[in-house]
Design a protein around this ligand. Structure first.
Ligand SMILES: Cc1cc2nc3c(=O)[nH]c(=O)nc-3n(C[C@H](O)[C@H](O)[C@H](O)COP(=O)(O)OP(=O)(O)OC[C@H]3O[C@@H](n4cnc5c(N)ncnc54)[C@H](O)[C@@H]3O)c2cc1C
Length: 403
């Protein structure tokens, strides 16, 4: 059993890891180092309830402050790890201090991809990854404010919904011909496009950003066709990049994330990595991937803790994810591809339906809208490798379990 475990990153994965280690009766030193000033909080809320003001800050923290005291977790916030020395088994902190570990866990997450367009450094151009980002953006939103969002992915669309609820005038600018191009099926993208337009959001597809104008502060967004869109605030949501530089500098294998096995083991037996920062294998979908989802970070944290405690329980769960926009809940399980057969069950016009994606007859993914039952049963059918009758699957009168 290791004497000292150091966790780098105090986010979803880090919080679950320390919890699982103590629940698994790890009695040694446990140090968690996070570069944000807040203790671990619910990151998805930063584009949803926290931004719209419907969720109080205190409710977003994953654990009470007392949890860290009671469980003797040495939580060092506002502190980053700048170097890992694998030979000496030490980490160097931004405070200059060096700490020695027996096991090290990298739970460093990902960061927002930045724009290089002219004017991207003007005041009022924001990225959203953290609670601090969310608070800074929220401080600029309000009735009548003009918000331009660059990128029609989940983060952009959730911000669009939250800002619309706050009375802002919102424009979404997306380069692709449809929304959610990387992450959801075309049916879902079309549905959300209509929902946002009905809510008053100006959704511009197939539209390319040239840059921003303004002196000191952003005044407008300029498109390549010459159009200028006035903006008091801009939020850029164009994807994220894994925080894997620390691992790479330490000589660990990195390829679209820190390369780990199904228990989070890296190429160094003393070092584990979990969450958004990792490229991990998944037997359920039969390939390696880097996921940005809370369930994956939490599942990987549990698996890494089990391996550190000498009772390995590998992580192989069907990828799943959710998104809240207005009063509509999207739940996605499995990964669809553009050439999958699509079967829609229910009526998108009623804001309640599910799109099932079939490959060689089997259900490989479900995208459900306000339809939790389809999501839960669909998840099971995917894991079972069910080959449904297409007519039965499309017919809401047939119980999904019998499709
Ligand atoms: C706006 C937004 C909305 C989201 N919505 C959803 C959703 O609806 N559903 C869902 O499943 N997922 C959602 N996600 C993704 C989800 O938040 C992540 O998958 C999850 O947070 C991953 O957990 P993690 O522990 O790997 O990383 P994180 O939670 O990002 O934690 C990593 C922490 O490590 C810190 N760190 C990095 N490097 C260092 C260092 N060198 N030293 C010290 N600390 C360091 C980071 O600052 C961060 O605090 C959303 C993400 C964002 C940004």
């Amino acid at each position: 059993m290791p004497e000292t475990i150091i966790v780098i990153g105090a986010g979803h994965g880090g919080a679950q890891l320390v919890d699982s280690l103590r629940a698994g009766e790890f009695g040694g030193n446990l140090i968690m180092i996070g570069d944000e000033i807040h203790r671990p909080y619910d990151r998805p809320s930063t584009s949803k309830g926290l931004l719209s003001g419907s969720v109080e800050l205190e409710r977003t923290f994953l654990k009470r402050e007392q949890f860290y005291v009671d469980n003797k977790i040495d939580l060092r916030l506002g502190t980053s790890v700048s170097e890992v020395d694998r030979k000496a088994r030490t980490v160097r902190l931004s405070t200059g201090e060096r700490l020695t570990y027996d096991k090290l866990v990298m739970a460093t997450g990902a960061r927002a991809r930045r724009l290089t367009a002219p004017g991207a450094d003007l005041d009022g151009v924001f990225y959203l990854r953290s609670l601090a980002d969310s608070q800074a953006i929220a401080g600029r939103l309000g009735p009548g404010k003009r918000l331009a969002i660059i990128g029609g992915g989940y983060v952009g669309l959730e911000v669009a919904a939250s800002a619309t609820e706050l009375g802002c005038r919102v424009t979404v600018i997306e380069t692709q011909k449809r929304l959610l191009a990387r992450v959801a099926g075309a049916e879902i993208a079309e549905f959300y496009c209509q929902v946002h337009r009905a809510a008053g959001v100006d959704v511009l597809l197939d539209t390319v950003l040239e840059g921003f104008t303004g002196e000191g502060s952003v005044k407008s967004v300029r498109l390549t066709d010459g159009t200028e869109i006035l903006a008091d605030v801009v939020v850029v949501g164009i994807g994220s990049i894994p925080n894997a530089e620390l691992a790479a500098a330490a000589g660990l294998a990195v390829e679209n994330g820190i390369v780990v096995d199904d228990c989070g083991r890296t190429s160094d037996p003393a070092i584990f990595a979990i969450g958004d920062a990792t490229n991990h294998p998944n037997d359920v979908i039969g390939k390696r991937l880097r996921l940005e989802s809370v369930p994956a970070a939490v599942g990987q944290a549990r698996a890494a803790a089990s391996a550190i405690l000498g009772r390995p329980k590998p992580f192989h769960e069907l990828p799943w994810f959710w998104s809240d926009q207005y009063d509509i809940k999207l739940q996605i399980a499995g990964l669809s591809q553009p050439d999958d057969q699509v079967v829609v069950r229910g009526d998108p016009g009623n804001n309640r339906f599910a799109a099932f994606y079939l490959r060689e007859g089997r259900i490989v993914a479900v995208n459900s809208v306000n339809s939790a039952k389809d999501f839960v049963v669909g998840k099971r059918l995917i894991t079972e490798g069910r080959v449904p009758g297409v007519g039965r699957l499309a017919d809401p009168a047939v119980p999904l379990a019998d499709a």
